[in-house]
Design a protein around this ligand. Structure first.
Ligand SMILES: CCCC/C=C\CC(=O)SCCNC(=O)CCNC(=O)[C@H](O)C(C)(C)COP(=O)(O)OP(=O)(O)OC[C@H]1O[C@@H](n2cnc3c(N)ncnc32)[C@H](O)[C@@H]1OP(=O)(O)O
Length: 704
C-alpha cells in the first residue's frame, strides 16, 4: 500500500520537477537582456523547450493532493511575493566570502552602488579555504537553471610576477642586481653579482619555459685569473650553446649572441673588461609578449653603473628597487592595459520559486592561491544569470590576495560593522568568543548553531538549533565546520560539547532534501561539506563530548561517534545508530570505519547490514555510547566529564588521539575526490532517488 502511494506520489512529483524545468522558456521572455560573456564557451545542446506552463498552472495541478501541495510549496514557494512588475523577479542582494580564518565577515552589498564596488578591494589571505555565498530573492515566478559565473582577471602581466631588485652597498663591497620574471609557463631570471673588482663578478641569466631552457652564465673571479661565459639554449628541437672565454692579465672580452628562433629566445651579451674597467651589456628577448631584458653594467675602480630595463608588457612598472604590479584601484584599472582572463568559474545555482525569505547559494570550498607569484589584485566580473542568459545582476569587484589579512579593524570597519564588533567587546567577552558570535551573526542569515564559550573553564557548548529536527543541511554543515575551526584556533577554548537545542532530537542526520531531487553539482557540494565536517570533527585536536539529548539517527550518530566521549539521555524514546540501509543507501567507508573503531567488527557488521537504531540501553551495552544519565543531566554531566578529561596532560592526550584516528582520517583524505564522485553517481541514480522519495513519503505518512 505504501509502495503504491509512493509510486503515485513519485510520478506526480517528477511531473512537477519537469514542469519546473519547462519554466525556463517563460522566464527568458520576461526578464532583461542577456549579459555579454565574451569569454563564455557556448554549447548548443539543441535543446527544445517543452510546452510552457505558468506558475499558476503548476500550482493548479493535482491541487487536492495534500502531500503534493506541501512539496510544491517547498519547491515553488507559496506564490508571488512581490506583484510590482517594475521590481525584478530575481534580486541578488549580497555576496559573502566565507572564510573561517578571516578576521571579520567579507560581505559586499549588491543592492547599493555597484560602481563603487569596482573600486573596492576585498582582501583574502593567500592559501585559505573559502566559499562564496550569494543571497538572492525570487519575487514572482519560478526561475530555472540559475548560474553564478565568476570571471577572474589579472591586470597586465599574465599569471605573472615581475621583480627587479638593485642593491648597491658600496663599490668595495657588494652590488647585486636581480631580475625575476615568471608566469605559469615561464621563468626568467637575471642575476648580476659583483663583490669587488678583485674578487668576484657573476652574471647569470636563466630563461626557461615548459619547452625550453636558456642559461647564460658569466663568471669573473678576477681579471688575472679567469673569466668564463657560458650560454646554453635548448628546446625540444634545438640546442644552441656559445661559450667564450678570454682572459689575460690585462683584459677579458666576451661577446655572445644566441638566437634559437624568433619566437623563442634572442640573447646578446657583450662583456669587455680590463684592469680598470668592466663593461657588460646583455639583451634578452624571449618573445614580444613575454619578456625583454636589457642589462648594462659599467664599472671601474671608482665607480659602478648599472642599468637594467625589463619590459614584459608593463614597462612603467619597473624602474628601481622592488616592484610588484601596482594596485588597479589606485592607479585606475580601466586605464591600464587590458587585463587578461585567468579563470572562469561557473556554478550551477539551480531552480527556485518565489519566497518571502532570501534564498542562499554556497559554492564548494576553494583554496585561495598561494605564493609570492600570485599575490596581488585580481579583478572579478560576477554574473548572476541562468541558462537563458538573463542578466539578473552583473557587477565587478577586486580581490586582493595578500600574505596576511588586513588588520582586523580596517577589515571590519570597511564593512561598516565596527559598532557591532566593539559592542561585543564592551560586554567583556574575550575577542575570540565575540569573534565566533560575530561571525555567526554575519556569515549566515539565520544561525543554526549557538556557540557559548565559558571562559572560566574553557568549555564551549555548541547547541544545534535547526528546527524541526536539526537535519544537517549544506548550510548547517558549513556553519558547523566554521564554528569548530574557530574554536580550534581560539586558545581560550579547551574542549567542545555538542548538544541540541531542539526537544527530543539530537540530530535527524543528513538533510535528505539536499540529496533528493537536487542537481549533481549540489550533491557534490553537499557531500564535500559532509566530508569536511567529519574530517574536522574526527581529527579535532581538542576534547569533544557528545551530549546526546534526543534521537540521533545516521549522520547524527556519525557526529556523536566522532566525539571523544558520548553521554546519552536515558530515555527509551531515544535511539541512535547508522540506519542508512533502511533508507536504501549505503554508509560510505568512513562512516563504517568510525563505527568500527568504536564498537568493533562484528557489531559494525550487524549494525550496518541491518541499519539498526539502538535504544539508549542497547547503545550503552554495545559501547556505542559511554554513559546514560537522566535527560536533565546530560549537559551538566558532559561539562563535568570534560573537566576530568582536561586534567589529563593535554599534549599526551592529543598525540594519543591522533595516533588512534590519523590512519582513518588519512584514508578519506587520500580518496576525497573519488568519494565525492562515488556519492554523486550513487545518490543521483533513479533507483536511489526513488528509495529516498519513498523514505520521505513514509516519514510524512507516519506523521499524518
Ligand atoms: C551514500 C550516502 C550515505 C550517507 C547517507 C545518509 C546519512 C544520513 O544521515 S541520511 C538521513 C537519515 N535520517 C533519518 O533516517 C532520520 C529520519 N527522521 C526521523 O526518523 C524522524 O524525523 C526523527 C526521529 C528524527 C524525528 O521524529 P519526529 O519528531 O516525529 O519528526 P518528524 O518525523 O515528523 O519530522 C519532522 C519533519 O522533518 C523532516 N525530516 C526528518 N528527518 C529529516 C532528514 N534527515 N532530512 C530532511 N528532513 C527530515 C520530516 O520529513 C518532517 O517534515 P515535514 O513532514 O515536512 O514536517
Amino acid at each position: 500500500m505504501l509502495g503504491l502511494d509512493v509510486c503515485e506520489f513519485g510520478g506526480q512529483f517528477l511531473e512537477l520537477l519537469w514542469l519546473t524545468v519547462c519554466y525556463r522558456g517563460i522566464m527568458a521572455d520576461k526578464e532583461g537582456t542577456a549579459p555579454v560573456h565574451e569569454e563564455e564557451d557556448e554549447t548548443d545542446l539543441n535543446y527544445q523547450a517543452p510546452a510552457q506552463k505558468t506558475l499558476q498552472e503548476i500550482q493548479e495541478l493535482d491541487k487536492d493532493d495534500e502531500s503534493l501541495n506541501k512539496y510544491k510549496q517547498t519547491l515553488l514557494g507559496t506564490g508571488p511575493v512581490v506583484l510590482d512588475p517594475s521590481i525584478p523577479n530575481v534580486q541578488v542582494t549580497r555576496l559573502t566570502l566565507m572564510c573561517v580564518q578571516a578576521p571579520g565577515p567579507i560581505t559586499m552589498d549588491l543592492t547599493g552602488d555597484l560602481e563603487a564596488l569596482k573600486k573596492q578591494n576585498f582582501t583574502m589571505k593567500e592559501g585559505v579555504d573559502y566559499r562564496v555565498k550569494i543571497h538572492f530573492k525570487v519575487n514572482r515566478e519560478i526561475v530555472s537553471g540559475l548560474k553564478y559565473v565568476h570571471l577572474t582577471y589579472r591586470k597586465g602581466l599574465r599569471d605573472q610576477l615581475s621583480l627587479a631588485l638593485v642593491l648597491d652597498m658600496n663599490l668595495d663591497q657588494l652590488s647585486l642586481a636581480l631580475v625575476l620574471d615568471t608566469n605559469l609557463d615561464q621563468l626568467s631570471l637575471a642575476l648580476v653579482l659583483d663583490t669587488n673588482l678583485d674578487q668576484l663578478s657573476l652574471a647569470l641569466v636563466l630563461d626557461t619555459n615548459l619547452d625550453q631552457l636558456s642559461l647564460a652564465l658569466v663568471l669573473d673571479t678576477n681579471l688575472d685569473q679567469l673569466s668564463l661565459a657560458l650560454v646554453l639554449d635548448t628546446n625540444l628541437d634545438q640546442l644552441s650553446l656559445a661559450l667564450v672565454l678570454d682572459t689575460n692579465l690585462d683584459q677579458l672580452s666576451l661577446a655572445l649572441v644566441l638566437d634559437t628562433n624568433l619566437d623563442q629566445l634572442s640573447l646578446a651579451l657583450v662583456l669587455d673588461t680590463n684592469l680598470d674597467q668592466l663593461s657588460l651589456a646583455l639583451v634578452l628577448d624571449t618573445n614580444l609578449d613575454q619578456l625583454s631584458l636589457a642589462l648594462v653594467l659599467d664599472m671601474n675602480l671608482d665607480q659602478l653603473s648599472l642599468a637594467l630595463v625589463l619590459d614584459t608588457n608593463l614597462l612603467a612598472e619597473f624602474s628601481s628597487s622592488l616592484y610588484l604590479t601596482p594596485d588597479p584601484v589606485s592607479q585606475g584599472f580601466e586605464q591600464a592595459v587590458n587585463p587578461s582572463l585567468l579563470d572562469k568559474a561557473v556554478y550551477m545555482v539551480g531552480s527556485y520559486g518565489p519566497r518571502v525569505e532570501e534564498h542562499e547559494f554556497i559554492t564548494p570550498v576553494e583554496e585561495a592561491p598561494k605564493g609570492l607569484i600570485v599575490r596581488g589584485i585580481y579583478h572579478i566580473k560576477s554574473y548572476f544569470t541562468d541558462d537563458d542568459k538573463t542578466d539578473h545582476l552583473s557587477w565587478e569587484w577586486n580581490l586582493q590576495i595578500k600574505k596576511d589579512w588586513d588588520s582586523t579593524e580596517s577589515c571590519i570597519s570597511r564593512l561598516g560593522v565596527l559598532s557591532l564588533f566593539s559592542a561585543s567587546c564592551r560586554h567583556g567577552r574575550p575577542y575570540a568568543l565575540s569573534h565566533v558570535a560575530f561571525n555567526d551573526r554575519h556569515l549566515s542569515t539565520s544561525s543554526k548553531i549557538k556557540v557559548d564559550l565559558d571562559n572560566s573553564n574553557g568549555i564551549a557548548v555548541m547547541k544545534f538549533d535547526n528546527p524541526p529536527v536539526n537535519s544537517m543541511s549544506l548550510d548547517f554543515l558549513t556553519e558547523f565546520s566554521i564554528n569548530l575551526e574557530k574554536l580550534e584556533l581560539d586558545k581560550s577554548c579547551r574542549g567542545v560539547i555538542l548538544t541540541s537545542a531542539q526537544p527530543r532530537i539530537f540530530s535527524a542526520g543528513l538533510d535528505i532534501m539536499d540529496m533528493y531531487g537536487t542537481s549533481p553539482e549540489h550533491c557534490g557540494a553537499f557531500w564535500k561539506a559532509v566530508q569536511d565536517m567529519w574530517l574536522k570533527l574526527y581529527g579535532y585536536s581538542k576534547i569533544t563530548i557528545a551530549a546526546i539529548n534526543g534521537a540521533s539517527p545516521a549522520g547524527g550518530c556519525l557526529m556523536a561517534l566522532c566525539c571523544d566521549y558520548r553521554i546519552m539521555a536515558d530515555d527509551p524514546r531515544y535511539s541512535i545508530g547508522l540506519n542508512e540501509t533502511q533508507l536504501g543507501i549505503v554508509a560510505p567507508f568512513w562512516f563504517k570505519d568510525t563505527l568500527l573503531n568504536t564498537v568493533g567488527h562484528r557489531t559494525t557488521e550487524l549494525s550496518l547490514q541491518m541499519g539498526i537504531m539502538y535504544h539508549a540501553h542497547e547503545a550503552l551495552k554495545i559501547g556505542l555510547v559511554d554513559q546514560l544519565v537522566p535527560e536533565g543531566k546530560v549537559l551538566s554531566t558532559a561539562v563535568e566529564t570534560l573537566g576530568t578529561w582536561l586534567a589529563v596532560p593535554g599534549h599526551a592526550r592529543e598525540i594519543s588521539k591522533s595516533m588512534m584516528r590519523k590512519p582513518t582520517v588519512d584514508k578519506l583524505l587520500a580518496n576525497k575526490e573519488a568519494d565525492i564522485k562515488n556519492f554523486v553517481s550513487f545518490i543521483t541514480k533513479d533507483s536511489i532517488q526513488k528509495s529516498l522519495g519513498m523514505y520521505l513519503a513514509a516519514l510524512k505518512k507516519k506523521k499524518a
